[in-house]
Write a protein that binds this ligand. Structure first.
Ligand SMILES: C[S@@+](CC[C@H](N)C(=O)[O-])C[C@H]1O[C@@H](n2cnc3c(N)ncnc32)[C@H](O)[C@@H]1O
Length: 278
């Protein structure tokens, strides 16, 4: 991930999907009083504070946002004024969770984080270990997205290959799966969860212009920070050329003065609800 402030401005897609998941699936969670809640990969904190928090019962005990990036944690802490909410650094794929979090949380949420984690079994195990017996988790993350095809194509080009040699690490582990739900359900089961819902939603996001698409790419593209400064614009231009080449992405020209182009990107989003049954 790149700068927290850039992500904050250009995360319309992620916020739209977090709202979709909260509006449609938060009802699955059965609340009790004074519960402890974890958000994994809370990033800049906007989704936690603006979309998740308003959906929680007001008498919750504590809401913790965690993220692997110190910059994101700092950014989220700076904007948070809520006395029952705090943000702490944590890699969800860590080999040892903090002992104070062992069987501590009644509910775990995670929005748009887990496709960044190649160690899926470790992440699921850690979430299992952090849940109280009887606790549950609601997750949303990418199963596949054409942006991963673009990463793969660009990583093959002579020009960009030197900066993208570890491209596989940044592609959703399910991007090439024929049956992503089955694969994920299998992992959940192996780690001890009972899966109540493991669905792939077909979604489409419309970027209002190529300019916004470029900024949104710059906000999350993991390779940009490895480029020399004077190559960043070139990289983004090549990225946009790749977007135009992909058949799955459609471009719609608007009849306004600027003939602006809207970009429709289809992708697949996992929505998972699972519990740690005692
Ligand atoms: C696309 S942002 C999503 C942020 C927020 N949940 C949202 O929906 O806007 C993904 C976040 O996951 C974090 N992340 C990536 N790998 C992680 C890991 N192994 N453990 C914890 N957080 C991770 C990144 O630092 C980033 O802040």
């Amino acid at each position: 991930m790149n700068e927290a402030s850039l992500y904050s401005k250009y995360s319309g897609l992620q916020k739209t999907d977090a709202k979709f998941v909260v509006d449609n699936y938060l009802r699955l969670v059965k609340w009790k009083s004074h519960e402890k809640i974890l958000d994994v990969g809370s990033g800049d904190g906007d989704v936690l504070l603006e979309i998740l928090l308003p959906g929680l019962p007001p008498d919750f005990h504590r809401l913790v946002g965690t993220d692997v990036s110190d910059d994101m944690v700092r950014h989220a802490r700076n904007k948070c004024k809520h006395s029952k909410v705090d943000f702490v650094p944590l890699d969800i794929a860590t080999s040892s969770i903090p002992p104070e979090f062992y069987e501590y949380f009644d509910h775990i949420f995670s929005f748009y984080c887990l496709h960044w984690v190649p160690e899926q079994r470790r992440a699921m195990k850690n979430m299992f270990d952090m849940l109280t017996p009887g606790g549950d988790m609601l997750l949303a993350f990418l199963a596949s997205n054409p942006i991963y095809d673009i990463y793969e194509n660009m990583a093959k080009s002579n020009k960009w290959a030197p900066y993208m040699h570890n491209v596989k690490k940044y592609i959703s582990p399910y991007h090439h799966s024929e049956h992503p739900e089955n694969e994920l359900e299998d992992i959940l089961k192996k780690e001890g969860f009972v899966s109540h819902l493991c669905r792939v939603e077909d979604r489409t996001y419309t970027f209002p212009s190529f300019q916004i698409l470029s900024k949104s790419v710059a906000a999350v593209n993991p390779f940009i920070k490895k480029l020399p400064d004077d190559e960043v614009d070139n990289y983004i231009q090549d990225y946009v050329k790749e977007v135009r080449k992909l058949e799955s992405i459609t471009v719609e020209t608007c009849n306004n003065n600027d003939n602006e182009e809207k970009v429709h990107v289809p992708y697949k989003l996992f929505v998972v609800f699972a519990s740690k049954v005692v």
